[in-house]
Design a protein. Sequence first.
Length: 291
Amino acid sequence: IKAAVDLYQKQNGNTVAGKKVEVILRDSGSVPDNTKRLAQELIVNDKVNIIAGFEITPAAFAIAPLATEAKVPAVVLAAGTSVITERSPYIVRTSFTVPQSCVVIADWAAKNGIKKVVTIVSDYAPGADAQKSFTERYTAGGGSVIEVLKVPLANPDFAPFLQRAADAKPDAIFIFVPSGQGGTFMKQYVERGLDKAGIKLIGPGDVTDDDLLPNMGDAAIGTVTALFYSADHNSAKNKSYVEAFMKANNFRPNFMSVGGYDGMHLIYEALKKTGGKADGDSLVAAMKGMK
């Protein structure tokens, strides 16, 4: 996300509608209490006009009341649970929702001869969102979910869950893990020999994150995922984005980077629309309906 924010400013400058746009970076370590404390400090002490980021859903939930009280727009660049934007009238999002990918892969599975699925999801709000949206769509298409497994979010050990999934003998395992855990999951999937057992791996694209994919090796071949972004997407706009991103950072952009890049774009366009007015109500009104 930070790399994409830096790239956007490098390409578009740091002045918009006569205002200098300064980015203050704080690292919460993905601890929601830290997110809340840091957001409060930024709003109260640094007098920021906008807060942005929120890599996981609990972090986005944590700042919702602060955004409402301070009337400061909160731009969600990552967290994907459906209801986040309903938690405050000042929350906008440039990333995605978990169900938008899960229903696509559910349709694909139902149409491609996958009759029985075991689901493995991380045990927090997005995991529940993934489980629900996939199951509803997949069963409506005639498929059957034969077992539902929930993995702890922190320091997960997937091995026992993979063993239970293998014992159930499904046609496929539907997996949802937060971005960053896909590499661990894939490693344990191979160690358990599931790649050779004829059990297909399906899910939203977090598990085959573009950033992690190069280190997964051949184990990832045959995995089918759906996501709103791929570094391999064949469009002129994406090719130039990937090229610029890799030149600046020496690693591949992923869906997280796009949330950050689009977030900066949204902020800049909103400021152009308001003529530089940076109060919360003006900015949110300007952001509404943008795409």
